[in-house]
Design a protein around this ligand. Structure first.
Ligand SMILES: Cc1cc2nc3c(=O)[nH]c(=O)nc-3n(C[C@H](O)[C@H](O)[C@H](O)COP(=O)(O)O)c2cc1C
Length: 180
């Protein structure tokens, strides 16, 4: 009998408030049958307890490209969650910038058609920027599941913290729907 492997989920984490609770997402994803690989932006690494994230995800955290000659590429992704996504990374991703491993994966795998769910954590002042709205439109047009709007995630007021109520499950729900 052939053993079916668990689907592989990349969890891309940006340097935004809820990042320090990303283990909530990882635990939920594993409980739903995903094999999770966490890829923070370089700035987001400081928001994470890397040992704890590695323990819960089951794999080393990877924020940089391999060096030539190093082994161990990540297994191919079946889907990607970008959560929490920062204003900075959303705009860079939509503009095509690939100056860190996380953004490089999004550029390459988005182009290859891998399903991607995006959960921003951006306050209403940042979100009011036309460039941000343009970036979300660009990502929607590229087929990204942009989980923004009524009943999804909405910008929070400046100087407030919604980390405790961050709706991680929306990303998993969207990806599961896209795989049916
Ligand atoms: C404690 C802290 C919380 C932050 N929270 C957010 C946030 O929720 N959303 C956001 O867009 N930026 C937030 N920022 C600013 C980002 O960290 C900053 O724009 C950074 O350059 C983003 O890096 P990245 O997009 O490469 O992960 C926060 C910064 C700090 C220090």
């Amino acid at each position: 009998m052939t053993e079916r492997r668990a689907p592989v989920l990349y969890v891309i984490v940006c340097a935004a408030g809820p990042a320090e609770r990303v283990t909530v997402l990882i635990e939920a994803a594993r409980a739903r049958g995903w094999d999770t690989y966490v890829v923070p932006t370089p700035t987001a690494e400081d928001f994470l307890d890397l040992d704890e994230v590695q323990r819960i995800s089951g794999h080393p955290v990877r924020s940089a490209w391999r060096r030539p000659g190093d082994g161990g590429s990540l297994p191919a992704a079946d889907a990607i969650v970008v959560a929490p996504a920062s204003y900075n990374s959303i705009n860079k991703w939509a503009a095509g910038t690939a100056d860190c491993y996380a953004l490089g994966l999004l550029a390459e795998l988005g182009g290859a058609g891998t399903p991607i769910a995006l959960l921003p954590n951006v306050n209403s002042a940042f979100a009011a920027n036309r460039v941000y709205q343009r970036s979300l439109d660009e990502l929607r047009a590229s087929g990204v599941h942009v989980l923004v709007g009524p009943g999804l995630i909405e910008p929070h007021p400046p100087r407030t913290d919604n980390a405790e109520h961050f709706p991680w499950h929306l990303a998993l729900d969207a990806l599961e729907r896209s795989r049916r």
